[in-house]
Design a protein around this ligand. Sequence first.
Ligand code: NAD
Length: 290
Amino acid sequence: MKIAFIGLGNMGAPMAANLVKAGHEVTGFDTAAPMPDGVTAATSAAGAVAGAGVVITMLPNGAILRAVAEQVIPSMQPGAVLCDCSTVDVDSARAVADQAVKAGLLAVDAPVSGGVGGAAAGTLTFMAGGSDKAFAIVQPLFNVMGQKAVHCGPSGNGQAAKICNNMILGVTMIATCEAFALADKLGLDRQKMFDVVSTSSGYSWTMNAYCPAPGVGPTSPADNGYKPGFAAELMLKDLRLSQQAAETADADTPMGQLAAALYETFVEAEDGRGMDFSAMLPRFEKRHRG
Ligand code: NAD
């Protein structure tokens, strides 16, 4: 299949490279990043999409997605699918999908989980929103770039699933980190804490698979000086998206709100920028109750 790929940064480049490896013809456009091997460079976003059956975008945010959609939709061939894999706000995802459908195109919002490692290994999870017809067209590409794709419902539902998942992740990471910091102060050995919690009712992905304490549990960014991994500023972005969505939908999310505020302080006023999101543990260790 002829594919256009717009936004070949940390995630987009390895995703596009996997499509090339699977035998697809990929034309790419990025305002700054170089093209990965095998991807033909276009000189504009509109130029990249001409003749493509699927256009994949992997961009920083909703405002940039809206701008790129304005550029590419008029140049896409009728019936082609605009598939956005970026993490953006639900409103932008739905607005872009509406615009695409009105222009005679199909649209899927399909944010991913799995990070740069998953993008390189082709093991991402896709959570998709859009019509059955649109999903059926892009599903084989999800199978190349990832290992699981869940069709979550109509347009915007992929982004809804992503931000709800990541709100749980942010809240749980904070809870795990503050519990480790409390356990330290109570004189509880970290390995014992892990051994108990990872097999008790406090277990979670953040404890069992991504333990924020160095030297405990499986290897994680904590064992590598808290180098990301999943950067604290990306967690902050996703928590802000969850709070923006909660406001629009009139949903009460006090824990998500608090997690967003804590990551905001960590990233913007403390030393969290450039650190993995699990570096909340050393942050809590340094702090006192009052
Ligand atoms: P990135 O900044 O490395 O890549 C974004 C790319 O978009 C850059 O190369 C940039 O030059 C390009 N770009 C910006 N404006 C453009 C435009 N107008 N036209 C064409 N290209 C443009 O970011 P990333 O880490 O690859 O993340 C991309 C998306 O994936 C984000 O929405 C992010 O939240 C999401 N995401 C990232 C991760 C991760 O671990 N990095 C994990 C899951 C989801």
